[in-house]
Design a protein around this ligand. Sequence first.
Ligand code: ATP
Ligand code: MG
Length: 326
Amino acid sequence: MSEEIVVIEGDGIGKEVVPAAVSVLEAVGDFRFVGAEAGDAVKDETGEALPQETYDTVAEADATLFGAAGETAADVILPLREAVGSFVNVRPARAYPGVDAVRPETDLVFLRENTEGVYSGHEDRLSDDLSTLTRVVTTSASERLAEFACEYVDERGADGFHVAHKANVMRETDGRFRDAVVDVAEREGVETEEVLMDAFATRVCLDPTQFDVVVCPNLAGDVLSDLAAGLVGGLGLLPSANVGPDNALFEPVHGTAPDIAGEGVANPSAAILSAAMLLDHLGYGDAADDVRAAVESVLADGPRTPDLGGDAGTEDVTTAVLKRLD
Ligand code: ATP
Ligand code: MG
């Protein structure tokens, strides 16, 4: 193992949880870490939230571990997703024993389309009274997502996947998305079930065990995966991956958490679990499983950070994870 991993701490608790995740990667592998800068602090210094040098380093690396950016989040993360050619945002949401959760039986993965939909940026102000948004959906991006979903289902050992959409109303755009995804799955012999995204929101709250892998358009995936985060006990636990054809960027779902930044009490679990996804991506599945097992065991037995009702700091939790990896 000597892949190059770019490390961007960013702002706020990114500066606390990313070093924790790096120490875990150091414990299980032999990687070359390259530090890079992005976010509010760099913007204050240089006028640019995302220096070209950072963009290029990320584009050329094997993988990137990113923390969080504050005010400049959109200026940083959207171009970085593009730098790795990311077409899917993978967001697992699972509850852990020992952590208070609204639905402790939750174990889901959202595969969110990451390039188009209503986040493709075509907004216009046509008059003082009227603004519009153009929603972009292509068959090619939908098919690429579906191909990824079919492989993912196979690796996870899932029975198939759900496609969340609203094609009964947005017949053209979500209709195209749904048709493309279902066609690919049929061709690959993967079972799919359609679910209207509003109905999904209710059903997942009542009984998350009805779902396993859920494929969504961009905005729906963003909202529904945050909803699932609420079911499993909060932001400090949720990792994510922005995956491209041969590069990927991993980040906790949470932001900079300005209310606790600098206090040394941020929960490093989401960042460490993002590092586990990074290990999977680089082909070190066993190391990834070891890291997940170590985090799970610490979540069950403590120490715990204040967001989970404990009084331990980021370093205490990280040290406990490292000890279990020994
Ligand atoms: P941003 O604008 O950067 O997203 P935010 O104010 O939305 O900042 P988040 O980081 O999204 O803050 O966090 C929302 C809430 O969840 C905050 O109260 C924060 O303290 C808490 N939180 C988020 N991540 C963690 C973590 N890793 N450990 C503990 N608490 C966290
Ligand atoms: Mg936030």
